[in-house]
Ligand binder design. Structure first.
Ligand code: 0L1
Ligand code: MG
Length: 243
């Protein structure tokens, strides 16, 4: 087994066995290009179990998250059909390690362009202990991708660069932000995703979902709660959290 395959197997085992792994450390010598190869191998485990690629996500798209990681580069990960939770559906905490929800905007890609937009929730769940990782480590971990919820698709309204975003838990506002936090303007997400994923030879084929990035900080999920995201002009997406 190659070093890339070994790291991928550890991350996949952490996700399926629900036991977080420690950081790989400097000895692993992981750089960002190698980390994307690990990510591909991690997702290959999912595909081997019958999952299907349905799109991509961008991560670290806000100045706040970039500053937190000390980087100035957006990262990307892969989405599969098994990661999708229906709007209003239920997420079981037992299937996760320490999941958090963040409000996002999703794009539907057709013919290399944005065909529709939807409010979305991304559930991130690092496979590393305490959500602690370096940039290459989080890239290898498929950028913490775990689940996503899409609200209703609709034509892209004019002026989506500064829409109000609300994240509620049990009807109480816990995060308030703006789509401006997503790359300064979420419309930058598609060209960024095409550029970044293109380096790895990955394309957004027709019908792909693109999660553009978070509009606020992520919120830890608690059992028995209802999480709802509202994006001005776009509507809502929600999920229930079961134990
Ligand atoms: O989607 C994201 O912005 C998350 C990227 C990975 C960093 C994290 O897990 O917070
Ligand atoms: Mg995200």
């Amino acid at each position: 087994m190659t070093a890339v395959d070994q790291l991928a197997a550890r991350l996949d085992a952490a996700a399926t066995g629900r036991v977080a792994v420690g950081q790989f450390g400097a000895d692993a010598g992981l750089d960002v290009p190698t980390a994307y190869r690990v990510q591909e191998a991690v997702v290959a485990h999912r595909l081997a179990r019958g999952e299907r690629l349905v799109g991509l996500k961008l991560g670290l798209t806000s100045r706040a998250k970039m500053a937190q990681m000390g980087v100035d580069e957006v990262i990307w990960g892969r989405l599969t059909d098994a990661m999708r939770v229906p709007d209003g559906g239920t997420l079981r905490l037992a299937d996760h390690l320490h999941p958090k929800a963040e409000p996002e905007v999703a794009f539907l890609v057709e013919g290399g362009a944005v065909a529709a937009v939807a409010p979305a929730i991304e559930v991130i769940d690092s496979r590393y202990v305490d959500f602690r990782f370096t940039l290459p480590e989080v890239v290898a971990d498929n950028t913490s991708a775990s689940r996503f919820v899409l609200g209703a698709w609709q034509p892209v309204p004019t002026g989506i660069d500064n829409l109000g975003v609300l994240l509620e838990v049990d009807g109480r506002a816990v995060q308030i932000g703006s789509t401006a936090a997503i790359l300064g303007d979420p419309r930058r997400a598609l060209p960024e995703a095409v550029r970044l994923a293109g380096v790895g030879g990955v394309e957004l084929v027709d019908g792909s979902v693109l999660l553009a990035g978070a509009a606020t900080a992520a919120v830890a999920l608690r059992p028995g709660t209802h999480v709802r995201v509202t994006v001005e002009k776009l509507g809502t997406a929600s999920l229930r959290v079961a134990s």
